[in-house]
Design a protein. Structure first.
Length: 443
């Protein structure tokens, strides 16, 4: 009798596994939206199906301290064996060598990071409700910390939703799903946003090369009814155009929103030079806070156009101008000419994403800060940032110190900050603390 029950269970398991695989395979074959009979959707979300056929990943004997300590990534070489079939993007259970439950996450054998964990709770099902609950939790955190109008609503790993980015620009949302296992949940994520916020629009900015490491295409487009993709946001009492379709990244750098306020006092009555301005947010803040003149430089003609539009939008176009230029060349040239400013602001893009080229990145930071410092009048200020996450805060400060020594200038730290709290930092999850923002007085 017992034997008979076991046989039936295994048959059920096999059949369920087949049904689920065929549904997921059909979803993965489609590019954007997909149609499924309601019965299939029920299968996918019921949990019964997932229970019946959850693939199990067993880690090597020596589980890394990183994973034990809460890090959500599992690399290929940390896996001992996999029991069950592997459908890329599906949810799997992860166990230690001793068969102790570690967590549940999504698998992609094509990626070096084979599993990214979504939960450490065995009884938590990864389904549509999971994403609704998670996004609600993210929203609660932003509300509690005072980031409501515009914020990074979901900051990937730091919100336990690996590789998912959602930026909120008042009633509009921009989404990036940067791994296959999160990309398959895009319809659930969009549903969650619709349920919680009733947004005016949702846009996908998945035109990001890193998706190719996951076997995903680069793409962008509407995930809601179409809308005018050039929207206007308010920040610190100022207005900025955000081009969610063609702007850089998701269209706007929300991570600097608190740091833009930090320049309030030092720019009063000042001649200000900004480099790497993008759409001119720091520079327009400077003009608003009472700078006498502001000149901003960016290599992108499109960014310069938007920055000038933003200056006009805030009624500071007479004192705040933007020009297209390569900041490395121009700052060097102006240093030779002996030009001087009260405040110089630098916010370059990330200089590297790989450890192999970190030395080159440091050389770049030293060079640009050295050139910037030479343009600061004695007693003036250098406002400098770095968003390269491989350059940790200590290394960044050391680099600025080296630049000061080479420029033969003494510096005093005014403030040293990081990204705004809507991009929370998880200790021991190094990628979550990436922004360094420093103001020094240059004596
Ligand atoms: N400070 C901006 C963000 C800057 S992002 C903000 O708060 O919104 C970095 C910018 O540097 C991008 O707009 C990019 O176009 C620009 N950039 C990259 N290389 C450059 C170079 N060599 N010279 C000038 N600008 C450059």
């Amino acid at each position: 009798m017992r034997q008979e029950v076991r046989c039936r269970k295994s048959e059920v398991r096999r059949r369920m596994s087949e049904v689920r695989s065929s549904i997921i395979a059909r979803i993965l074959r489609t590019s954007e939206t997909f149609r499924l009979p309601e019965s299939d959707l029920r299968h996918l979300t019921s949990g019964l199906l997932i229970f019946a056929a959850m693939t199990q990943v067993f880690l090597n004997r020596k589980i890394s301290f990183r994973i034990a300590n809460g890090h959500p990534w599992i690399f290929n070489n940390e896996v001992n064996r996999i029991e069950g079939e592997v459908t890329p993007g599906q949810t799997v259970e992860v166990y230690g060598h001793d068969k102790k439950f570690v967590g549940k996450g999504y698998i992609n054998p094509q990626s070096q990071i084979i599993v990214r964990l979504l939960t450490r709770n065995k009884s938590e099902e990864i389904n549509e409700q999971f994403f609704l609950d998670k996004i609600k939790q993210c929203w609660e955190y932003r509300q509690k910390t005072g980031y409501t109008e515009n914020c990074r609503l979901v900051f990937g790993e730091a919100d336990s939703m690996p590789q998912l980015i959602i930026d909120k620009f008042n009633d509009y949302f921009v989404i990036q799903t940067l791994a296959l296992g999160i990309d398959v949940w895009k319809p659930a994520i969009v549903n969650a946003l619709n349920t919680i916020f009733k947004p005016k629009g949702i846009y996908e900015r998945n035109d990001v090369p890193v998706r190719e490491l996951e076997g995903l295409p680069q793409q962008k487009g509407f995930l809601s009814a179409p809308f005018d993709t050039k929207i206007i946001i308010n920040e610190n009492g100022l207005k900025f155009y955000v081009d969610v379709e063609n702007g850089q990244k998701t269209g706007y750098f929300l991570d600097q929103q608190d740091n833009r306020k930090a320049i309030q006092h030092i720019v009063k009555g000042a001649d200000v030079l900004g480099a790497f301005t993008y759409t001119g947010t720091f520079e327009i803040h400077a003009a608003h806070y009472g700078a006498k003149s502001v000149l901003g430089l960016d290599i992108s003609a499109n960014a310069v156009q938007q920055a000038n539009d933003n200056a006009a939008l805030n009624g500071v176009g007479d004192r705040c101008k933007f020009e297209a230029a390569n900041a490395f060349d121009v700052l060097k040239q102006w240093g030779k000419e002996g030009r001087q400013y009260d405040v110089v602001m630098l916010d370059p893009p990330a200089f590297t994403k790989s450890r192999e080229t970190i030395q080159k990145a440091i050389t770049g930071y030293k060079e640009i800060n050295l050139r910037g410092m030479k343009l600061v009048k004695p007693g003036g200020f250098l406002v400098t940032s770095s968003c390269t996450n491989l350059v940790n805060p200590e290394l960044f400060l050391q680099t600025i110190d080296m630049a000061a020594k080479d420029a033969r200038r003494k510096i005093r730290q005014v403030c040293f900050q990081t990204q705004s709290s809507d991009h929370p930092i998880i200790w021991n999850l190094e990628n979550t603390q990436y922004l360094k923002f420093l103001i020094v007085q240059v004596l």
